[in-house]
Design a protein around this ligand. Sequence first.
Ligand SMILES: [Ca+2]
Length: 364
Amino acid sequence: MIRRTLPCLAALALAACAVPPPKSMPEAPAAVLAPDAPLPAPIRDPAVARAEFVRSTSQRFGIPAADIEAVLAKAQIREPIVKAMSRPAEAKPWRDYRPIFIQPSRIDGGRAFLEANRAALQRAEDAYGVPKEIVTAIIGVETSYGGNKGSWPVVDALYTLAFAYPRSGDPARVAYEDRREAFFRDELAQLFALGKEEGIDIATLKGSYAGAMGWGQFMPSSYRQYAVDGDGDGKRDLFNDLDDVIASVANYFAQKGQWQRGGPVMQRAVRDASAADFANPGNAVTLDRTLPMLAALGYRPAAAPLADAAAPATLITLEGVAGPEDWIVFNNFKAITSYNISRLYATAVFQLAEAIAGRSPDPA
Ligand SMILES: [Ca+2]
């Protein structure tokens, strides 16, 4: 989860912004969202910043400062994480992104996951309105159905990015890098709170290099805010309890993404020969059009419209194998970008879900 309008990877998520994706992983960890609240001004001296972190985290969450100090005393700055975060983001076109996710092993893995967890997925769909295949696809894109949940100590990952966030030296990027560092510092604080609230020894947790955790790759703040106890055992365990994982991903979509039950995600558009280009770059999705407005501009659904004339929508263009692809996107597309603000990510999740369901991922 991230949100940003920076020129990252055609717009990827924050956390992963500067990181080229491993072959089987999305560019951005799922739960890396920037906090909605304004972040504090940066403290430049790491020792001062760390002391202030201990003080403020202790006060904010009622955790003894000595307990925080004890964890930080064992935390390590991990150079590979600094390096990974320093790497310039690479803008990958859809034609190169798609094959990472829309391929037989991930589709088959999704069908197997769905069958193995059908009851929990159905309960989540009934409760939150998010289709089984969408929840499954998220878990497939994030961690290959739990196969790659990350092996970095979460404390180290967040400690590194909170106190040694890489600096490019480019004056134009200072404000962005400050925000990123403050974001990870807040996530580290949230991790301490999570440990206290859930009774978890945070020093044992493993996750992505950006601190995203579990089957759905939740950042600590998202874990605290959106994780739910799917099986009613009194714990929210996103590492080992698939009922919790499935319910939590669905709850995230319903709450954070404002997912609409039964609503469309996206639909291929056909373009009139005379239509002007629809300029809509970046990753943010602003649903400021409707189907009639798009039709007036020369873009119409390629098949029967999936939404009525009043439904908020917009048009995006992806660089496909056969050239530009125009897609009309709706509320539930925007909802997927609340998990990771990348249009490519959202498209991959949708198409993987369609493929898992046995529908053509791209009817055009
Ligand atoms: Ca549980």
